[in-house]
Structure formats: structure tokens, C-alpha cells
Design a protein around this ligand. Sequence first.
Ligand code: SF4
Ligand code: SF4
Length: 433
Amino acid sequence: MNDNLHTAQFFERSEKLQACIHCGLCLEHCPTYLVTGEEMSSPRGRIYLMKAVEEGSISATDEMFVSHEGSCVVCRSCETACPSGVQFGILMEQTREIINERAGVSLFREFIYTKLIGSPILTRILQVPIAALAITRLARLFEKTFDRRSFPLKRFASSIALLPDQVPFPHRRNSVYRSTAAKRGSVGLLIGCIGDLFTARINDATISVLNKMGYDVHIIPEIACCGALSAHAGFGEHARELALKTISALESATIDYYIANIAGCGAMLKDYPKLFEGHPEYERATRVRGTIRDISEFLLEFHEDDLLKMNLMLPKKKTIGYQAPCHLYHGQQIKDAPAELLKLVRNTDVFAFEENEICCGSAGTHNIEHPEMGEALLERKMIIITSRTPDIVATANAGCLMQLQLGVRDRDLPIPVMHVIEVVNSAMSGSIA
Ligand code: SF4
Ligand code: SF4
């Protein structure tokens, strides 16, 4: 282990590695193994390689190690399948931290994961060229002109393909959105560092639903980013800095609960205790965890009866196929709540897609950093979606929404892709066609 790394982050790492009993029950649940069929691209294979580095039999800069650990989408499907309780997510984040430390990182990656992520100013500046590309339709023109799968700069082409058609400018810093019904309480909302840039409509819908349910919604300006993207990419120190800022802000906020509508961010907030294992801030991280709820979880836990009484209904009958985000299904073990929430809306026929628990290939920034794997997983997902042809595809995470939108657009399918909370909001306001 590298002495420069934060030793607390590696508390009991070898014990965590020893928990794997090599049974292989996780293999058929691992998306990268399903695509490649290679043992070293499976959870068991990756743990084998991690142990080899710990024992010194291979180097952390070994090309095979770097490539197989790098191709993991960190979906944590293996955690759900594992009978031995292997904590794969945190092991993988530590592994990437070790690789970054020993093999080094490009200035570009360092800038993205330690400077851009978590900086409201830089995010706002980035929005200008992104919005220009989207609004002038140049992103779509590029997409139509070049096949992104064979374009020489695949990462660039994949980034362009994911751009939405409209990019609103952030307007939410330091804001409180007041309840529009009899007041029940106050909640905070994590709008996301990139989330409000690409999918502000999800935050709009979440605020609207919570306001109608009687909550003041606070956007806490000190919380710029939960740290998830940096942690997954192995920039642990920056992730812990962002996490500590978030913890301090939540400790002083006058809210009852802190709501996430992006599954990866919700999982990260709930996993802060793992990030601070063996660290003096562990207790603070654990206390804050109790206030975190995913939006579907929150509404079902506290307001299922209220929503039933509201008689939510779509004007026309719609079939809705639900695709679970990995960081909700596996990371937070929230498997049914989003579909259950959708079922409270009348005039719908809600079902979960086959292989619902397998990653769609988005995985934060993985589809940009590893476009081939992202495309292979998206293709697998779209075969399932096209075989069911729902009226609406619903999911519960911004990244999955953008990835599935790309898959739908590639195939010219007239199927809207919506966040679950957008469907609920539409049913409340009668705005869905
Ligand atoms: S986190 Fe997902 S991709 Fe990575 S090893 Fe586990 S199941 Fe496979
Ligand atoms: S299921 Fe768990 S114990 Fe079995 S091989 Fe996979 S990670 Fe190891």
C-alpha cells in the first residue's frame, strides 16, 4: 500500500479482500463479464488481481491489472449476488486510488475529477460551450454525420452523443422553494454538480412534487457535489473533501431530510461512513446518513397513503417499463420503490424490464471513459426495451436517463425516457400526453 494514500481509507482492506470465497455466484450478475466472458473482467477475477497486488506478486501499474480494474462499471451488482458480503464498491474505489497514485494520471483527468467536479464556477463556465452545441443542434449534426462507434476520438464522440437538446443555465443556488400545500416540513434537495446542468428537468419535477406534498425545498449552496464521480474514478482525497463539506452543511441545515433524485449521489451520501472508516469523521458521516432518502423511498415511506388519496392519474392509458439504476438497486438496495411509486398512478401498466438489475452502460462517466463497454451494455439493454415497446421508459437516475435516451434516439423510437418523479409530477399536474 502506498504511504501517500490516506491510511484510514484502507482500513481493513485485506480483510475485505479475504471475504471473497471464490464461489463465482456473482459472475452471471456482472455486466462486464456478461459482455466479455472473461474471468478477469468478473468480480472474482478482479478481486484475485487486487489480492495479487496486495501480496506483491504483480505491480499496480501492470497493464492487465489497470485495464480489468478500469473496465468495471462499479455497479455493485456483485454485492447483491455475493453470499459472503464482499464490499466490492469500496474495494474498487480504493483500487483505483492505488492505480492513480502509482501509475499517475493525466493532467486532463486530474482537472476533471479534482477541479471541475465540485466547482460551481467551472461548471457554470463549461455550460456555455455545452449549451451552444446543444441549442445550435451542432451536437445532433455531428451525431448524424459521424458514426461515434468508429470515430477516431471515441470519448469525444460519446460525450457529444450524450448531450441533451437543451441545456438550461443553473439558477438554483441559495434558493428555497416554498410549499404550495399545507406545510408538512422542510427538506433539502441535492441538485447534483452535473445533474442540474444536463437534466435540470428532474430537479424541477422533484421540487414541484415535494412542494405539492407540503414541503419547503432548500437548495443548500455549500453542497456543490457529493463526491461520487471523483470517488469512483479513484480521486479519493477530493471525494473526501467534498464529502466533509457536505456533512458540515447538512449538520447546520434546518431540514428534516435530505433528498437525492440521482441514484449515484444518493448511494454516495449513504456510503459516507464507508468513505470515513477508521477516520475521526466516521461518527459524523454515520449521523448524517440517517437523514438521506432517495425521492422514491421518501415518498413511499412517508406519503404512500397521501399519494393514493390524491388520486393520481394519466389522461390516457400508458405502459411504463422501469429500468433500475444500479446505484439504487444495488448501491442502496432500493429494488421496488420506484416501480411501486409508479403503480400509485392510475391508468398505467407498470412493469420492470428483464435484466432490470444489469447496468445500462452509463455508470457515471464510464460510458465516456470506456465507450466500447458503454455501447455493448446499451445495445444489450435496447434489445430488451425494443422487445417490450412500452409507451414510456422510466428510470431513477440522470446518467441512466441520458444513456437510455441515446439508445432510443439511435433507433428512432418514439418512446420518451423519463425519471420516475417526472411521471409522478405529470400525473399531479395532468401534463402528460
Ligand atoms: S461492480 Fe459491477 S462491473 Fe464491477 S465487478 Fe461488480 S458486478 Fe462487475
Ligand atoms: S460471489 Fe462474492 S464470494 Fe463469491 S466469487 Fe463473487 S465476490 Fe467472491
